[in-house]
Design a protein. Structure first.
Length: 367
């Protein structure tokens, strides 16, 4: 549960989805006449409308949170209405965490019941822990029990989120098997168990191509309905995503800069897509692919960093020189191998484009 009052939420660096889009969620609830599962804040139809955007009967415009296949979102929402958990799977930067947060906000009105997976995530963080001062003083009791976000979600009939599931060690991942199969969490120290209330479910996210991942066991995979989130299908789709997110983040961070020109966003996106796909957009030339993922999320970060540079050290208008520094940093992850690939791309692709001369020079200056 959020500890920030609604009147103070505007001062928060990054608001939860249910705070940032509270007006949209409220309007959807008012307009929602479809049947809703128990303990859901709104119907599956309204959840999907919240994610994909649309105009309500009263004329209110709901902004799209996910730009892509509506059918994928319908499958994800329908999964949460069953007893199957949802696994959002894909390459890094395909909006898995973003979709997970907005799904939880729309279904439960609370996206903060989250376990962030890392290599150091333990069973206690997944299930429950103990307040050792209380435990030593009075022995095992409910008062000494420290509930995990997963346990609280079970008790309240809410959505729990597990981020970066494949970063969690394999033996800790399997803690979820009993919870997902039996919908209960045994507490043997107290001789009792916590049974999930209707409305409870789990949304997990996982990368399928990244360093330091632990494969999911077959037993755990069977407990999930997997939805693979693809990279944007077209350049226009990816440009729209980057432009929208950068504009939102610029407002949130109160950057004193103009919204980025669409041409600059398109250039960043095209560079990322060409290096990611191993060929130029027109298909005429093959290029080498660097070691990084060059995801949409990284493209957003590059443009956002450029806006900050333009705002504080420029004239407030995003230019090639502002983009170049972050662009080179995003591409060149391996200082030896990636630098050769990047230099080759500069000389064979970027240099040959007459309207890219400013960006070419700016990137060479950064090198």
């Amino acid at each position: 549960m959020s500890t920030v009052d609604s009147k103070d939420s505007a001062r928060v660096l990054r608001q939860h989805a249910e705070q940032q889009f509270a007006e949209e969620l409220e309007e959807l609830k008012k307009a929602d006449s479809h049947p809703r599962p128990e303990n859901w804040q709104m119907s599956p139809w309204a959840v999907c409308t919240y994610l994909m955007g649309g105009r309500l009967d009263n004329g209110f415009e709901v902004t799209p949170k996910y730009i892509g296949s509506r059918r994928l979102m319908e499958i994800a929402v329908a999964t949460l209405a069953t007893d199957r958990a949802l696994l959002l799977y894909g390459v890094p930067g395909t909006a898995k965490s973003w979709v997970s947060e907005h799904l939880a906000a729309a279904v439960s009105g609370d996206s903060a019941r989250i376990i962030q997976g890392t290599a150091g995530t333990s069973e206690e963080q997944m299930r429950y822990g103990w307040n050792y001062a209380e435990l030593l003083a009075k022995g095992p009791s409910r008062q000494a029990l420290v509930e995990s976000p997963l346990m609280r979600a079970m008790e309240d009939g809410r959505i729990a989120r597990v981020e970066e599931l494949t970063r969690i060690p394999a033996d800790v991942q399997d803690t979820l098997i009993t919870i997902l199969s039996e919908k209960s969490l045994p507490v043997p120290e107290l001789g009792e168990e916590v049974q999930a209330v209707r409305g409870f479910n789990v949304i997990a996210t996982a990368n399928n191509r990244d360093k330091g991942v632990n494969e999911l066991s077959s037993a755990l995979k069977r407990r999930f309905n997997t939805v693979v989130l693809p990279v944007p299908a077209t350049e226009d789709e990816e440009v729209a995503i980057v432009e929208k997110r950068v504009r939102e983040m610029g407002r949130s961070l109160e950057l004193p800069a103009e919204p980025p020109a669409l041409a600059e966003v398109r250039r960043v996106v095209r560079i990322f897509r060409e290096l990611r796909n191993g060929r130029t957009e027109d298909g005429k030339l093959k290029v080498k692919t660097p070691s990084g993922t060059l995801s949409t999320a990284e493209a957003i970060s590059v443009v956002n960093s450029g806006m900050a540079l333009a705002a504080h050290f420029g004239d407030g208008c995003l230019r090639a020189a502002d983009v170049a520094a972050s662009l080179v940093g995003a591409v060149v992850k391996d200082p030896v191998q990636d630098r050769v690939i990047w230099h080759e791309y500069l000389e064979t692709v970027m240099k040959e484009r007459s309207d890219w001369k400013d960006l070419y020079r700016a990137c060479r200056d950064v090198e």
